[in-house]
Design a protein around this ligand. Structure first.
Ligand SMILES: Nc1ncnc2c1ncn2[C@@H]1O[C@H](COP(=O)(O)OP(=O)(O)O)[C@@H](O)[C@H]1O
Ligand SMILES: [Mg+2]
Length: 230
């Protein structure tokens, strides 16, 4: 058995009010998997993703990613962990509007100490691979939603993350752009990228994931390996 890339052990996340957002979840994800986290609104999907990203801490249990005990990281170490190992993609792109597309994509690398020259070369390569290189000098506001999400994916891949996390990446896109972004995630997975994707679109999930994990009221309701024909 390969060492898991992600290991959640008996993880609970409780808020002051209401039932736990996550309730005793244990989950193990191997390198190279493409896992879709499904479930109705409020079932704990974003909570799970945020815990893996080190953006939130569990009330109980342990979160280990790529050998790092993410639940034990302080704020600075957590930011460093994300820069080095995690690529994050959100529903609303979270691009900086007053930086060009190329500068947005280069930002994580520069924060990690990569030289500008090296960062420029890698950004150019990624923007080309994602089919948005002609927009490198434009500002994000000029781009369509689908193009912005491609730029956000390029930015997420800049530091060659062990893990790509995406929370409803197609949630703000029209159907065609959404399918486009899903195809992109499928290609990245085919190239060996480990992907964890939160979505409530079962059809898209089944198209690009090798496994679906369904959450219900903060618990894992189903965990299904898919037969993927590629
Ligand atoms: N900061 C918070 N304070 C209190 N409750 C929260 C907070 N964030 C999330 N929750 C609650 O935790 C549950 C799971 O939320 P979330 O993980 O965002 O669900 P999903 O992403 O599946 O829609 C929900 O009931 C939500 O209201
Ligand atoms: Mg959510």
């Amino acid at each position: 058995m390969t060492t898991p890339l992600i290991e959640l052990h008996e993880v609970t996340r409780r808020y002051d009010e209401g039932p736990p957002a996550l309730n005793d979840v244990s989950l193990s994800i191997a390198p190279g998997e493409a896992v879709a986290i499904l479930g109705p609104s409020g079932s704990g999907k974003s909570t799970l993703l945020n815990l893996v990203a080190g953006l939130d801490r569990p009330s109980a249990g342990t979160v280990t990613v790529d050998g790092v005990r993410v639940d034990q990281l302080g704020e600075a170490a957590s930011a460093k962990y994300r820069r080095a190992r995690i690529g994050l993609v959100f529903q609303f792109f979270n691009l900086l509007d007053d930086l060009t597309v190329a500068d947005n994509v280069m930002l994580p690398a520069q924060l990690a100490g990569m030289s500008r020259g090296t960062a420029e070369r890698r950004a150019t390569e990624l923007l080309g691979r994602l089919g948005v290189d002609r927009h490198a000098a434009a500002y994000p506001g000029r781009l369509s939603g689908g193009e912005r999400q491609r730029v956000a994916v390029a930015r997420a891949l800049m530091n060659k993350p062990a893990l790509l996390l995406a929370d409803e990446p197609t949630g703000a896109l029209d159907t065609a752009s959404g399918e486009d972004v899903m195809r992109l995630l499928t290609e990245l997975h085919a190239d060996g990228q480990t992907v964890v994707l939160v979505t409530h679109d079962l059809v898209l999930a089944e198209r690009c994931a090798t496994r679906t994990v369904q959450l219900l009221d903060g618990r894992v309701a189903t965990d299904t390996a898919l037969e993927v024909l590629r």
